[in-house]
Ligand binder design. Sequence first.
Ligand SMILES: Cc1ncc(COP(=O)(O)O)c(C=O)c1O
Length: 279
Amino acid sequence: MQVYLNGQYVDDRDAWVSIDDRGFLFGDGVYEVVHIYQQRPFEWERHMARLERSLIGIGMHMVNAEELAAVRDRLLRGTESPEAALYIQITRGTQKRSHAPPAPGTIEPTVLMWVRPVDPIPSDTVRQGVRMITVPDDRWAKVWIKTIGLLPNVLAKGRALERGAFDAIFVRDGMVTEATSANVFRVKDGVLFTAPVTNYILPGVTRAVVIELARLHGYPVVEEPFSVDALYEADEVFLTGTLTEVLPVTEIDGHSIGAEAGPIALRLLELLHERARGS
Ligand SMILES: Cc1ncc(COP(=O)(O)O)c(C=O)c1O
């Protein structure tokens, strides 16, 4: 598979980064994942805007977005799969190990991009919904930066899998923030609720699209904090994410949220697919 690394297109087996890369040493970098539907990137501008915010958030400059788009198009030309994930990772660059970050612009960032096919989530999984657990949100206070430093998310996902669940939902001070790689919505009496955009959640691109689609189709959306108890008592719960799309949740910490996927989640998934696939 051809990947892009620092100006070169190379086979992934020949793509290497230095042992002094700050991403490797410190997790000093940010990333984006873009869903490709039929060779077309979904919500590219929103992903670029978030990439810029993340880079500025760690004291770096935005890279040339036109160049990223050109690399994207070249990588997409080699992709036949109807659905794929485009991964972009930018680290601060390579420098003899030192905590002190170099001044912006003094070293070249490491830029990695690749496209890999993704399989759509099986329709049985969507119809049945997934099981979740809750875990304490012990991440840092700058979750809005899409950093490659994902160890708390990795550990929480591992804990969920150990317990036979699909994923974990983070809870901070009794309030639901988000899942390990998706945002969380609950539905009560036809109204959608999701955590507000603060420094404690990643402002999901899919979250924003789903809120737009919901409002457009007459479902009120409230962006305000809600408790774990409110989640247990919801009529429906679902996750949103670039590759997760809209994924119904039917059990949380052993509490049943309906026997199968809720109708509003399924409708929003349909609307998302219509928008993404242009039908
Ligand atoms: C922690 C976290 N929250 C939410 C999301 C969903 O964001 P998006 O819809 O932009 O993929 C992600 C995506 O990776 C994530 O890692």
